[in-house]
Design a protein around this ligand. Structure first.
Ligand code: NAD
Length: 281
């Protein structure tokens, strides 16, 4: 079994980006900038934002975190996004989710300029992705896609099964694999006989949020298994895949942690550079 080392691949991506940013600074005398809006004091959100900032600074991006208390008015956030949209020094804007209930998530997403939408959630980017056009792709599925491509060069005609249909993971993942001519099945909480679906997969992507849902006897021999899940349990952080069992049958599996997680952050940096280039080149 091949361990799909997301940490290593993410490190390689960050090294490439570092060189690219160095070159951009030399030639354009400009530094691409990432602005992150953090609302409230949810511990996981604070951790994610700090990790994103650290990674951005390490590759040489300008990074700014704008913090608001949990009871901030929606208008204040929308006004700030509008200001960032107009600021030439800001290449990418990310609003850390989840948001407090009184703030309309979709309104916030749609207020971000699609050209600075590093999360790829704006309907403009979602539409372009599903039309097979150039777009900003959400960071986690982009990271999964890059890992899959590394271990399965020719995806054409392969059967891909995705567990989970979220806008964040499952749906964009489907579009990326369809573009590679995979035959894609998207499964969800109402799917009948999930095991049977999984057993047909050459490529299996689990983005569910249920610890160790995918068992060893759900896996087709020599398949590639990507585990998006990050689940806090008494045994620590585990994925949606029972790694011990699945690694006996699959050709290649991502571990949790050290698989998809680091790729998500590397792809955020990648998307920030992409946004910079769209505007400046
Ligand atoms: P979500 O809750 O938005 O979506 C979960 C999906 O799973 C839904 O479409 C639902 O229909 C489906 N589902 C639920 N129960 C099911 C079942 N029994 N069988 C089949 N499908 C079922 O979750 P999400 O935001 O897509 O996140 C999924 C997981 O990925 C979570 O563990 C989350 O923490 C993790 N995540 C990881 C990263 C990363 O960087 N690695 C990024 C985002 C999310």
């Amino acid at each position: 079994m091949i361990l799909i080392d997301g940490k290593k691949t993410a490190g390689e991506i960050r090294e490439e980006l570092k060189k690219e940013i160095f070159q951009i600074k030399k030639e354009n005398k400009k530094v691409p900038g990432l602005s992150v809006i953090l609302i409230g004091d949810l511990a996981p959100s604070q951790i994610y934002v700090r990790m994103k900032e650290k990674a951005a600074i390490e590759v040489g991006l300008k990074s700014q975190i704008i913090k608001y208390p949990n009871d901030v008015e929606e208008k204040t956030v929308l006004d700030k996004i509008n200001e960032l949209n107009k600021n030439d020094n800001v290449s990418g804007i990310l609003v850390q989710l989840p948001l407090p209930n009184h703030i309309n998530k979709q309104k916030v997403i749609e207020s971000i300029s699609p050209l600075k939408d590093v999360d790829g959630f704006h309907p403009f980017n979602v539409g372009n992705l599903s039309s097979g056009n150039e777009s900003i792709v959400p960071c986690t599925p982009l990271g999964c896609y890059l890992l899959i491509k590394k271990y399965e060069k020719n995806l054409s005609g392969k059967k891909a099964v995705i567990i989970g249909r979220s806008n964040l993971n499952g749906k964009p993942m489907t579009q990326l694999l369809l573009k590679e001519n995979c035959t894609v099945t998207i499964t969800h909480s109402k799917t009948k006989d999930l095991k049977r679906e999984c057993l047909s997969a050459d490529i299996l992507v689990a983005a569910v949020g249920i610890p160790k849902l995918v068992k060893g006897d759900w896996i087709k021999k020599d398949s590639v298994v990507i585990d998006v899940g990050i689940n806090k349990t008494d045994q620590g952080i585990v994925g949606d895949v029972d790694f011990e069992e699945v690694s006996k049958t699959a050709k290649a599996v991502t571990p949790v942690p050290g698989g998809v997680g680091p790729m998500t952050i590397a792809c955020l940096l990648k998307n920030t550079i992409k946004c910079f280039k769209i505007v400046n080149f």
